[in-house]
Design a protein around this ligand. Structure first.
Ligand SMILES: [Zn+2]
Length: 92
């Protein structure tokens, strides 16, 4: 097995997953706000909050429920900033 060093640059304005740099926007409705926005990485189950009322929440009730399930599974982290380089060891 070869283990090699990979470098990944976070490309999203709102930051990226500390492990892989990915960012996926999800919106949820809360008691206080019709659209709270989070970014998640669905591979590493991490999330970070980006703001309230930034993006429209266009979820169907089913999507809203799925987003809450996903948020519950994710651990809150500090994302890597846009342009920041992540170094990690990958296998292939
Ligand atoms: Zn990730």
């Amino acid at each position: 097995m070869i283990i090699k060093l990979e470098t990944i640059t976070a490309e999203d304005y709102f930051g990226g997953c500390p492990v892989c740099g990915e960012a996926c926007l999800i919106n949820v409705e809360t008691e206080d706000c019709p659209s709270e926005s989070w970014f998640v990485c669905q591979t590493h189950f991490v999330k970070w909050f980006v703001g309230s009322g930034l993006f429209s929440n266009l979820n169907s009730p089913e999507e809203e429920g799925q987003n809450w399930i996903l948020l519950d599974r994710c651990r809150e982290v500090v994302p890597v900033a846009e342009g920041e380089v992540i170094r990690r060891y990958g296998r292939n």
